[in-house]
Design a binder for this molecule. Structure first.
Ligand SMILES: [Zn+2]
Length: 413
């Protein structure tokens, strides 16, 4: 089949769709609060399904609540060529993180459909469930289960702060979409490309519209429990104290020194730290904290991560410690053909572009285990993200949607 001319996306419609989605879970501060599979997030799914219905696109759900909007291809035996991202946000999050990738994908489907282009492969827009991980841990849950990184039964049993399980939320989504078909977990996908705001300042600084993403950092995450003994803060002398906070602060200080590098490439964060029982006059008998460690080099990440338990144990003083590594993902690279494909399409359209590394995690990381995957970054004002002030420009969003349209045509015709 000869390649059809590339149709142009409707940038006005695409921007309007962003405004319509931003109303669902809108906050007074101009952001969006739409945690995974809350009534607001389900409403966002339903709005997309409503738009899809106008063109006769079908909808499928899988067992972990990922949603697939499909435009049929001429050969139903072929796997879909897909694009997408997520609709959930961080608490008091922004209007672009996630949803831009969903709407750019959907705009591509509509544009191709309206141009009457027949593709051999089906085309899909995917909403991966619970990307943010702020209501249910871990992040990127939907894509992780789909690609076999996490176990379905474990993830369905995960509870939010009020004890609601992911399983109950997936049931609610299914009830809201009685007409949806079902998709097998792990069913083949031919290609996947995800648009996302950069969440950094590289594109903005360089004046580029498009980032062809080359890969993502690896992670290691640890949960540390420091166990001492509760005691009276007035009567207990130093020699008899088992002060869990004192031990934990020695550990975190030593870790900060061990995980310091001249080039500022190591990412070491303690974002959760709990002191118990939390009485002003009680020597704390318990501290729980989490370590998030990231690096782009697998060897370095291995060495640094292996040092974490050793450093913690060496600074435990009179306390006991339990340390568990609960997440370990190596750094990954997207296939060169996907990166070069994004660059080629950007060049063809005259969009200023560059290669860029992703310092944040995204669903495309997991999907890359299943099929050739890639990502397109667009600028994000001042790099501000996971924040109500998050901003992306309509022209940049349309540029990404244009590239997605062309890449889907290249891969699916
Ligand atoms: Zn995101």
């Amino acid at each position: 089949m000869s390649k059809p001319a590339y149709p142009l996306v409707n940038s006005k419609r695409l921007w309007q769709r962003h405004l319509d989605m931003a109303r669902i879970g809108a906050t007074p501060g101009g952001g969006v609060h739409r945690l995974a599979l809350t009534p607001e997030d389900i409403e966002a799914h339903l709005l997309l399904v409503k738009w899809a219905g106008v063109h006769g696109f079908s909808t499928d759900l899988d067992a972990i609540g990922n949603m697939f909007i499909r435009r049929a291809g001429s050969d139903s035996s072929l796997a879909p060529v897909a694009s997408g991202s997520h609709t959930d946000t961080q608490p008091l999050g922004g209007r672009f993180d996630g949803i831009t990738g969903v709407l750019a994908a959907f705009e591509a489907l509509e544009t191709i459909h309206e141009a009457g282009i027949e593709t051999r492969h089906p085309l899909e827009t995917i909403i991966w469930n619970n990307e943010e991980g702020s209501r249910f841990i871990p992040a990127c849950m939907g894509s992780a289960v789909y690609t076999g990184v996490e176990k379905l039964s474990d993830m369905l049993a995960r509870e939010d702060k009020s004890g609601v399980t992911m399983g109950a939320c997936v049931d609610a989504l299914r009830q809201a979409l009685p007409q949806a078909g079902s998709r097998e977990l792990g069913a083949p996908i031919a290609n996947f490309i995800e648009t996302h705001i950069e969440q950094g300042i590289e594109l903005e600084t360089n004046g580029n519209t498009i980032g062809a993403v080359t890969g993502m950092q690896g992670y290691r995450r640890f949960q540390v429990h420091v166990i001492g003994e509760d005691a009276h803060s007035g009567t207990t002398p130093r020699a008899r104290r088992k002060d869990a906070f004192a031990a934990a602060s020695d550990m975190t200080h030593a870790l900060r020194e061990r995980l310091w590098d001249e080039d500022d490439e190591i990412r070491y964060t303690i974002g959760r730290f709990e002191v118990l029982p939390g009485g002003i006059s009680v020597v704390p008998g318990r501290v729980n904290f989490c370590i998030d460690l990231r690096h782009h080099d697998e060897g370095i990440l291995n060495d640094l991560g292996d040092a974490v338990p050793r450093v913690c144990k060496a600074h435990a003083g009179p306390c006991e410690i339990e340390i568990t590594e609960f997440l370990r993902l190596p750094p990954m690279s997207f296939p060169e053909a996907m990166i070069a494909g994004v660059e080629k399409a950007a060049r063809r359209n005259g969009f200023p572009h560059q290669r860029i590394y992703s310092y944040a995690g995204h669903d495309a990381r997991h999907v890359a285990r299943l099929c050739p995957a890639g990502m397109i970054f667009i600028p994000c004002w001042k790099g501000i993200s996971h924040n109500e002030s998050e901003r992306a420009e309509p022209g940049d969003i349309a540029a990404a949607a244009q590239l997605i349209t062309e890449l889907l045509i290249d891969q699916a015709v």
